[in-house]
Design a protein around this ligand. Structure first.
Ligand code: ADP
Length: 594
């Protein structure tokens, strides 16, 4: 009930109702009052006419005769009220309700206000409670001018107020009924008008709720005009423009999000407080972290790199991009190229966008290349120095020395051969590393193939009395480039014989593994200390440099083996212990004999 008049509709309805009730009530009162006056005036006019008629019929003698009382009686009957005729001095001459004796007993009326007025020659009226009847009475007194002369008496009519009211009652009832009908009609009209006026507002309120809930596709049905129509039109066009803007923003955000997600580079956004706002999938992969774990944590906590944090701080402070490199070991070890740019919101730096590239491999390759150049230079420098020394000695006179001269010439030849070996191994390596390096794989029956390689090496192994046994099962095949596979076997067999103190015993075995064929070369040589074993496949790595050189090694043989095997999609490995021989193995893609 309390909230009943809170709605616009009920207030409007109530206002209409109160307004129409006030107007109708006032109209009723005005009309009622007016009619009351008109009635009274009509009564007064009627009584005035009767008084004038009486004046015309009376003579001065009549006033003094007993006939006057009869006259008052007949007049009283006709006008249905009490008629009293009073002489100029106030003595009552006749009364329609009394006989002559009664009239004589009446008190002097000279001081009655209406009588005084009439005696003064004009109609006079008074309303008071009658002393005789005890009722509210209207007294109307008129001068009686006998034969049109001066006022010699007053004719007074007494009408009970209840009679006047009773006469007015039907009229009052009709007016009240009209008022009730009018009020009922205004009630219904108020209901209709308030409902009619509030319907558009309800529609607008409904639409506003829809817009507030984000449904900007909703439109207000425009079936009303004027200001509310304009309001509906404005709301509709506002919703349309918001919908369009939202669509555009959504599209942009989708494009940005697609770029952010699909970028190959790692992207990281931080706020001005250095807390992480977002991380893209590439960075998740790069740093091995999950966006959900990183977001809203301080950057330094997630990536403990003072350098990275310093770059971000400089970007936020200077509001300009900063590039650099950061090396850290948590969450992953590596070197990362960093391009950081400020993010502006409302003209102020609100954060920092960091693009990160993993340059660990590039830096490692740089370092390897540097090492390689240094190693190559060093490897070439040694034989060159020896050649130069021998040549100088020959030029300085040893050429003529028949005894020692040829020794220097032999040294020059040996060092030149060494240089030749190094250069040809380097050329093999570079051709294997080149992007065009191609392996022409074919089916190779391993036992027969190994036999032919062993045979080709026999002359070289003969001085060492090397015993090479081929234990590869017949019929075992692999997919391989024969030319390159031959190089692998030569290098491994050569090492097996080379790094053996006594009589070399070398065996070649092969077995089938799931998805690969593994070939193993086992020797009874000097073995490799455990600390050196992991590095023997590196370029120029030698356990004993002097011994390797003495044997004509370049330190590139195992490197070539690894490259060839990896080009075939296989892997290499070695097991050894110092003085206990070595076992070198490699795998190749399998190919079964039909
Ligand atoms: P090189 O044989 O020309 O010195 P490699 O790359 O073939 O170079 O071998 C690297 C090093 O690995 C050798 O210098 C040697 O110290 C060690 N090594 C290789 N094969 C054997 C083996 N079968 N037994 C012992 N040591 C070996």
């Amino acid at each position: 009930m309390k909230g009943l008049f809170k709605t616009f509709r009920s207030r409007l309805f109530l206002s209409y109702l109160v307004l129409s009730a006030a107007v109708l009530g006032s109209a009723f009162l005005l009309v009622y009052h007016k009619i009351e006056n008109v009635e009274l005036s009509a009564l007064k006019a009627k009584l005035s006419d009767e008084a004038a008629l009486l004046s015309a019929r009376l003579t001065t003698n009549d006033l003094a005769s007993p006939k006057i009382n009869e006259l008052a009686h007949s007049l009283g009957e006709r006008v249905h009220c009490r008629v009293t005729i009073i002489a100029a001095g106030g003595r009552v001459l006749a009364d329609s309700e009394l006989d002559e004796a009664g009239v004589k007993g009446m008190e002097n009326h000279a001081h009655r206000p209406e009588v005084m007025g009439a005696m003064a020659g004009r109609p006079a009226y008074a309303m008071r409670t009658s002393a005789t009847l005890g009722k509210e009475m209207l007294y109307a007194a008129y001068p009686v001018r006998v034969s049109g002369g001066r006022t010699e008496a007053a004719a007074r009519f007494s009408v009970p107020a209840t009679d006047i009211a009773a006469a007015r009652e039907p009229l009052r009832r009709s007016l009240l009924a009209a008022l009730a009908i009018a009020l009922l009609l205004s009630f219904l009209l108020s209901l209709l008008v308030s409902a009619g006026l509030t319907r558009p507002f309800n529609k607008i309120i409904y639409a506003s709720k829809k817009f507030a809930a984000g449904d900007f596709g909703y439109r207000i049905q425009k079936d009303f005009h004027g200001e509310i129509g304009k309001l509906a039109e404005t709301l509709n066009s506002m919703a349309a423009s918001i919908e369009e803007n939202l669509r555009r923003v959504e599209l942009q955000s989708q494009q940005l999000s697609a770029a952010f997600t699909g970028m190959a580079e790692g992207v990281l956004m931080t706020g001005a407080d250095s807390r992480i706002i977002s991380v893209n999938p590439a960075l998740e992969r790069m740093l091995g972290l999950r966006a959900a774990d990183a977001v809203s944590r301080p950057l330094l906590e997630v990536v403990p790199s003072a350098r990275l944090s310093e770059i971000c701080a400089r970007v936020v402070e200077g509001a300009s991009p900063v590039s650099g490199e950061a090396e850290f070991s948590v969450p992953v070890r590596g070197v990362f190229g960093v391009n950081a740019s400020p993010v502006f919101t409302g003209g102020r730096v609100s954060g920092c966008m960091v693009l990160m590239r993993d340059v660990t491999e590039a830096r490692r390759l740089d370092a390897t290349r540097r090492d390689f150049v240094a190693n190559v230079s060093h490897e070439l420098k040694t034989p060159l120095t020896a050649i130069k020394g021998s040549a100088e000695t020959l030029l300085d006179g040893a050429l003529e020395d028949r005894e020692h001269g040829p020794q220097f010439a032999r040294s020059i030849y040996e060092q030149a051969s060494r240089l030749d070996n190094i250069v040809s191994d380097l050329l093999k390596l570079s051709s294997l590393e080149s992007p065009q390096a191609a392996v022409r794989k074919e089916r190779v029956e391993l036992r027969m193939f190994a036999d032919s390689v062993i045979k080709s090496l026999a002359p070289a192994f003969a001085p060492r009395k090397a015993e090479v046994t081929n234990e590869i099962p017949a019929g075992l095949c692999a997919q391989a480039d024969p030319e390159k596979l031959k190089q692998v076997l030569i290098n491994l067999l050569d090492n097996a014989v080379k790094f053996c103190a006594g009589a070399p015993k070398v065996s070649l075995t092969a077995e089938e593994l799931p998805g690969a064929v593994r070939v193993t070369v086992t020797d009874n040589g000097i073995g490799i200390p455990a600390s050196h074993l992991p590095r023997v496949f590196e370029r120029f790595y030698r356990v004993d440099k002097a011994r390797s050189r003495e044997m004509g090694g370049t330190g590139l043989g195992l490197s070539i083996v690894r490259h060839v095997v990896e080009l075939h999609g296989g892997s290499v490995g070695a097991e050894s212990a110092e003085g206990a021989g070595s076992r070198f193995w490699f795998t190749l893609p399998p190919e079964k004999m039909k």
